[in-house]
Design a protein around this ligand. Sequence first.
Ligand SMILES: Nc1nc2c(c(CN[C@H]3C=C[C@H](O)[C@@H]3O)cn2[C@@H]2O[C@H](COP(=O)(O)O)[C@@H](O)[C@H]2O)c(=O)[nH]1
Length: 320
Amino acid sequence: MEEVRETSAWVARNSSHVTIDSSGLEKVVETMKESIPKVEWDYEGIHYFDNGPLTVQYLFVLDALNFCFWPDKDLNYDHLAKGLKEALLNDHSAFDADRLQKYTVIIAVGNDNQSLFSGPQLRELLKWPRSLPLEEERVRLLHEVGFELERSFEGKASKLVESCGKSAVKLVALVTRHFPGFRDHSMYKGHQVFLYKRAQIFAADLWGAFKGQGYGEFNDIGSITMFADYIVPAVLQQLGVLKYSSTLANAIQASSEIGAGTEEEVELRACSIFAVEKMRELLSIKCGKQVLSVELDLWLWSVGVQCPSLQHHRTLSIYY
Ligand SMILES: Nc1nc2c(c(CN[C@H]3C=C[C@H](O)[C@@H]3O)cn2[C@@H]2O[C@H](COP(=O)(O)O)[C@@H](O)[C@H]2O)c(=O)[nH]1
């Protein structure tokens, strides 16, 4: 993911609101000298897994919807992973490409209070009692996944993965080429910046779930960067690796929304990618330890979600 690395580095070099504190970074690396924290993929035991193509379909649907849980304070990633797992256990064809194109949202209600749309509703699939954040977008993205899988990959996410010849880089390129909803990029000070959070986490989820074998075998897993979400930047800030301008720090503290595509938002995400790359480099130079960004990400993310007081930035976005 050279373009993710390069454009994030450009943002970090030109940033106005977020900086990377090299002494903070060194301190964190110092604490990791003895042992690098290792977190098992699915340490929570919440994902569907059957070691076959249905798991690939599950992970692709999961990562198509893996964004923006915070507007509902009771909702989080676990609900999505578990809800989709349960749906699949109840009905093995729930994520068939034709079915994905039929999920609906209550957009309009008729005079008799009946939904004007038939078809199963996404929130029923997830057994969520009220509307989901960005629900219309979630339904639109499900349709896009179903439509394009049917059109180009015989309806199967496993075919998409098979066509990448064990390359995570190719997988990310193919996913972003075929599925516009995964094209996570921004304009920043006149430069196009690539972040590709959901496309990259799909490759990482395959790698983690299949333990680097079968559908999860990638010869270039080291090319994937961390996944720029809203949890890891907050953890990096808490660890003293990221420093925010006082205006940005106050906005996050006050839970004010940070607009999608603003300088602040792009910097929070891009500087996180750059900081994790630096952390990885430093671990290699100082301790001779080779770590993957994916492994650092999973550790940082698990620290963040276990800290209920963590204040993260709030952006309405379909990308993370
Ligand atoms: N950087 C990074 N971000 C991640 C994940 C995951 C889940 N990965 C699973 C795969 C295997 C593991 O066992 C994990 O269970 C979700 N997120 C992001 O977090 C946010 C949700 O937070 P909250 O609202 O508190 O649930 C939201 O932006 C979501 O997209 C990750 O791994 N890394």
